[in-house]
Ligand binder design. Structure first.
Ligand code: AOF
Ligand code: ZN
Length: 334
């Protein structure tokens, strides 16, 4: 199971917003084949493992009934972008399946396991369950809380300012921090910003990384209609969903039915504070430089310790060259 979990992890940037899943097929503790869910929309892990075993039939083994399938997540029983894994398992003739965790997705949740048992397959569930949940933290969060995991990322001067009052955009943090932001973006299913940020900074907000990534989708909150695809970098690289609704709670609950399990919010103080005050932020990442913006700067937060007042706890902090990266998480189990 640990091997299947680490195999699954290899595809964390390309399987999203789907969970990462790994599968192994064994005969007498010898690995016959292995597979993973490599890319969103492509084969599920179990299918890849079964296809691999098919190639070994008559060579490493004589009957599928002698094989054990180990998979990190409950095999699906629905026809989504690919066929049901349960059908492929049943049709193969495999008689024993060991599963890491049940799939929390309501279209699967328990139905895959039931289907296997109904077809006379010996099923064990729960091996390394916590690790499977941890490696698919956003996916499990989404299904438990009926909304995506929301992280706000901000860049701050040493005196807690966002930008200069005259509105000109300046780089606050160092080049290395900005590279780190690219890797953070790569982990998320969508990036959300507001009309003012697009208007003032014209950011591209894609993940510019040197590995393959399923680019985050983009969400723009703007009740004006002045932002067009031409000339605005935000409209490059990925689909943009433009939302004119202003009630943030309504917006976030409307995401329940969308594929996003996680959203990174990169916006100015007004929008970030509105999310915070609506108790919608689960994680806050602050890149803080050593420079001061002084009286000419716009504050991120009203009081020095506003974050702690809102129930956040510092989880980690470390240096990135001249800056410090702080990660705060909501001090409650969601
Ligand atoms: C599996 N094996 O490798 C994965 C599963 O849109 P689809 O058809 O790709 O289905 C996506 C859903 O299937 C996803 O939300 C999750 O519940 C499950 N993922 N299931 O049997 C896999 N990736
Ligand atoms: Zn499946």
């Amino acid at each position: 199971m640990l091997r299947a979990i680490s195999l699954a992890d290899t595809y964390k940037y390309t399987a999203k917003p789907n969970p990462v899943v790994g599968a192994l097929i064994l005969k007498d503790e010898i690995i016959i084949s292995e597979g993973a869910h490599e890319r969103f929309g492509e084969n599920h892990a179990e299918i890849n493992a079964i296809e691999g075993a098919n190639k070994q039939f008559g060579k490493s083994f004589e009957s599928f009934a002698d094989l054990i399938l180990i998979c990190t997540l409950e095999p699906c029983n629905h026809s989504g972008k690919t066929g049901p894994c349960t059908k492929a398992i049943i049709d193969s003739g495999i008689k024993k399946v060991i599963i890491g965790s049940e799939d929390p997705n309501p279209i699967v949740a328990g139905k895959g396991i039931d289907k296997l048992i109904e077809n006379g397959i010996n099923v064990e569930v729960g091996l390394c369950k916590n690790l499977v949940e941890r490696q698919n933290k956003f996916f499990f969060f989404k299904h438990k809380n009926k909304r995506p995991y929301l992280t706000a990322k901000i860049a701050s001067s040493a005196d807690g300012k966002s930008h200069k009052k005259d509105g000109r955009s300046t780089w606050i943090t160092c080049e290395e921090s900005r590279q780190d932001v690219q890797r953070v973006r790569a982990k998320y299913d969508a990036i959300l910003t507001g009309g003012n940020t697009v208007r003032d900074d014209n950011p591209r907000m894609n993940a510019r990384v040197n590995f393959e990534v399923n680019q985050p989708k983009k969400i723009l909150l703007s009740n004006k209609h002045d932002l067009k695809e031409t000339g605005n970098n935000f409209f490059r690289d990925a689909e943009v969903q433009v939302i004119t609704e202003i009630n943030l709670k309504k917006i976030i609950s409307s995401f329940q039915d969308l594929e996003y399990c996680s959203i990174l919010i990169e916006a100015g103080p007004k929008l970030v504070n509105a999310f915070l005050l609506n108790d919608l932020i689960d994680e806050l990442i602050i890149y803080q430089s050593q420079d001061l913006l002084g009286l000419n700067g716009v504050d991120w937060f009203k009081k020095d310790n506003a974050i702690e007042n809102l129930g956040f706890k510092l989880e980690s902090s470390y240096k990135i060259k001249t800056d410090t990266k702080y990660i705060y998480k909501k001090n409650v189990k969601r």
